[in-house]
Design a binder for this molecule. Structure first.
Ligand code: SAM
Ligand code: SF4
Length: 323
């Protein structure tokens, strides 16, 4: 459907849990609060919301969290959403720690894409930034996902004085596996300090020093705002998601559903529509609540201008909202 600023909204990121097996410092630091399971949408409720959203023109769903694979039965949910009329694409975002167990099932479901987060290739740094993760598990997951034939992407958050020196090594995984590696700018949400992040124009400049033949790639790689570059003769692409330095709000196509049933039209604001009460009503009422929330999507985020969001700047953790 079209929102009040004329944008076509066709993509919903669905967070199925605020829990995670890792504790990435910028997302879900040690000791953070967790939501009780009784406040979380059931799978039936998620499917019902996805069905209503699909009737309004949402055709692409991303399953996220928290870490989606820590919630029991999540692959069954993916199968059910995939079977909905009007849903053309179901993809998933994961830290890769347990992906090995699910890869065959994901292939069987016909999942349309797997995004795997990877910030460093150094085992000690990996354990530091994720609180408890094992690098070898995520690397194995990347290899298996790439081999499986499912469209695979790596998502990397670069931080000054943490992993910026690894930029070319991480980027070269794109060429090694023939997949996309995307650099995501740190957003000032929850525990994150955007000041620690590296700007994507800077990342591109550094990559051009290593590979002067990098050239813009206009072909469509996904649903989102990433801008891509490629190297002649290489299969994989290097993507840039620049929420801070390349504000893409004017063609934003997405909304977010939190695990507690809030439909969030914009990541930069703490506002949203609580769909829980509408789940007690008819399908028409639920669909109308979703339609209104999408229509009222804010014109732009306010990350670089806290005053714009006023008291409504988003302060919840990324794991609670759904990244
Ligand atoms: N657990 C899964 C994972 O790590 O991919 C899915 C959820 S996680 C919140 C999704 C993505 O959000 C990860 O790639 C993570 O790096 C990113 N993320 C978390 N906090 C962020 C922030 N403040 N700014 C930008 N990206 C962030
Ligand atoms: Fe967990 Fe993903 Fe957040 Fe890391 S980024 S704490 S893996 S939800």
């Amino acid at each position: 459907m079209v929102d009040k600023y004329g944008r076509h909204i066709e993509y919903m990121r669905v967070s199925i849990t605020d829990r995670c097996d890792l504790r990435c410092r910028y997302c879900m630091p040690e000791g953070c609060d967790k939501v009780s399971m009784s406040q979380i949408l059931t799978y039936e409720e998620i499917v019902r919301i996805c069905r209503a959203a699909s009737e309004l023109g949402i055709s692409k769903i991303k399953i996220t969290g928290g870490e989606p694979f820590v919630r029991l039965g999540c692959t069954g949910l993916m199968r059910d959403i995939k079977a909905l009329d009007g849903i053309e694409e179901v993809t998933v975002t994961t830290n890769g720690q347990t992906l090995e167990r699910y890869i065959d099932e994901l292939k069987d479901i016909g999942i349309d894409g797997i995004n795997i987060s990877l910030d460093t290739l150094d085992p000690e740094r990996f354990e530091y930034i994720t609180g408890r993760g094992k690098l070898d598990k995520t690397l194995r997951a990347i290899g298996l996902a790439a081999e499986s034939g499912i469209k695979t992407k790596i998502n990397t958050l670069l931080q000054k004085e943490f992993n910026e020196d690894e930029l070319p090594d991480i980027a070269s995984l794109a060429f090694k596996y023939g997949i996309d590696v995307r650099f995501i700018e740190m957003m000032p949400v929850g525990a994150a300090d955007a000041g620690t992040g590296l700007s994507n124009p800077e990342v591109l400049r550094k990559l051009m020093e290593v590979w002067p033949d990098l050239e813009p790639d206009e072909s469509v790689h996904g649903n989102g705002p990433a801008v891509y570059y490629r190297r002649p003769g290489e299969k994989g692409g290097i993507g840039f998601i620049s929420a801070m330095h390349g504000k893409f709000c004017s063609h934003c196509n997405r909304v977010r559903l939190t695990s507690q049933g809030e439909l969030k039209p914009c990541l930069g604001f703490d506002t949203g529509t609580d769909l829980m009460p509408y789940l007690k009503g008819s399908d028409d009422e639920l669909r109308e609540a979703i339609r209104r929330a999408i229509f009222e999507k804010p014109e732009a985020h306010s990350f670089s201008d806290a005053g714009n969001a006023g008291d409504h700047a988003e302060r919840r953790l990324m794991s609670q909202i759904g990244g």
